[in-house]
Structures are given as C-alpha cells and as structure tokens.
Design a protein around this ligand. Sequence first.
Ligand SMILES: [Ca+2]
Ligand SMILES: [Ca+2]
Length: 98
Amino acid sequence: MPSNGYHFLYGYENNVLKYTNGAQFVIPGAVADFTRGDVDRSGNIDIADVTALVDALLTGEFDDTDNFSSDAADCDESQDVNISDVTTLVDYLLKGEW
Ligand SMILES: [Ca+2]
Ligand SMILES: [Ca+2]
C-alpha cells in the first residue's frame, strides 16, 4: 500500500464506510437496524432465515415486522428481494462468508 496520504473508500455495508487503510467510518444517524441475512431478526443467521425468506417470496409479504427485515432479506444487496437472495443466503450458510 503506497503511503501517499490518500486512502480510498472501497466498501460500504450497514452504513459503515471502509477505507483501504483499514479505517471505518459509521455514518452518523444512519445506524443499521438490521444484519444482512438475519431475515427473521433473531440475532443470528441460520436456516430459519432461509425459511423466512422463502416464506416471504411465496406469500409476497415483504413488510418489515418484528420477525422480518426486508433489508436483511436482500442478501445479495441487489436492492430487490427475489430467489437470488435465497441462493446467496444458502451459499453464505455453507461457506460462512458473503
Ligand atoms: Ca435469523
Ligand atoms: Ca437481492
């Protein structure tokens, strides 16, 4: 990494900006109220989240509730919730990484 004093923004997830020097900056007032993949808001990501996501896709019910987060359901961060998010979520459960 060249030390020219410049660091570049390379990532953004859950309202956290990530820079090439390892620094992270949380956007004030925009604290995330969801964890990507924690569709049922249980606090962890497991097979129950797949069930919740598939259930939402089958019923067409995507409103946020205490037991469902549409933001967390967008597992592939495509700004839409569809079958690809199920694939991404299952892939995450198998690999342990996004
Ligand atoms: Ca969960
Ligand atoms: Ca998606």
